[in-house]
Design a binder for this molecule. Structure first.
Ligand code: ATP
Ligand code: MG
Length: 237
């Protein structure tokens, strides 16, 4: 569904952020992406969406080269990007208008778009938020509303840039349930390894401008118990 080949990219006047990056996403893949702050994860998402142009390398989306703005207009109709910052995603006065905007833009009638928006909000536990003013939502509510705007467009692929950041445990569980039910391929950036291991089938790391696809990571949890386990304590490695 997505193929990046030998992609290099530098912001003007800055050193290379992506350096010979290769990556493929196939139908049904649920890939988790880890990487330290500033390693280029968000930059890679923006390159896939055509928001940034690589300095060199090839992008193929759904089997076709993506080069021109016209190619990327089609890409953006089928790949949904959840921005790292929800404020980049939400721009209408009310939640319902924001979520209905995408379907309307894709040619749905107003009634259809509102129906899709209401259903999507309901799925994310946001029924009752329809007429709330978007910019006055809490951080976690904004993140869910932003996800609703992406899901309402019924994309074939999701790029999720730290979807769980700032969510409480219950909301995170809800998000895990919603994402697990989706019959979609996705790439999920997160710094939370528990969240990634709940939801991704393959986990890769980004390092030195590349995705280390030959080094799949295997996240695992440890459960342990001992008599003083209820008291605050630490463990030496
Ligand atoms: N518009 C820009 N102009 C110049 N440098 C930028 C710009 N946007 C990002 N950068 C730099 O590029 C590098 C990669 O940024 P990017 O946002 O892709 O990292 P990231 O892996 O998503 O990090 P994080 O985990 O903190 O979100 C960082 O050093 C960042 O400061
Ligand atoms: Mg980022």
């Amino acid at each position: 569904m997505i193929r990046l080949e030998d992609i290099s990219f530098a912001y003007p006047g800055s050193p290379k952020i992506l350096d010979g990056l290769d990556f493929e996403l196939h139908q049904g893949d649920r890939i988790g992406l880890l990487g330290h702050n500033g390693s280029g994860k968000t930059t890679m998402f923006h390159i896939i969406m055509g928001l940034l142009k690589p300095d060199s390398g090839k992008i193929e989306i759904f089997g076709k080269p993506a080069v021109s703005e016209k190619d990327f207009t089609l890409v953006r109709q089928r790949i949904g990007l959840l921005f790292q910052d929800a404020d980049d995603q939400l721009f209408c006065p009310t939640v319902l208008e924001d979520v209905a905007f995408g379907p309307l833009n894709l040619g749905k009638s107003e009634e259809e778009a509102v129906e899709i928006a209401r259903k999507t909000l309901d799925r994310l536990g946001l029924s009752g938020f329809e007429n709330r003013i978007t910019c006055k939502l809490s951080g976690g509510e904004k993140r869910l509303a932003a996800l609703a705007t992406v899901l309402a467009m019924e994309p074939s692929v999701l790029l999720l840039d730290e979807p769980s950041a700032g969510l409480d445990r219950n909301t995170k569980e809800k998000l895990v349930a919603v994402l697990s039910e989706l019959d979609l391929s996705y790439i999920l950036i997160s710094h939370e390894s528990d969240f990634l291991s709940d939801i991704a089938t393959t986990i890769y790391a980004m390092e030195d401008g590349k995705i280390l696809t030959d080094k799949e990571l295997h996240l695992h949890r440890h459960i342990h118990a001992h008599p003083l386990g209820t008291h605050p304590h630490s463990h030496k490695p």
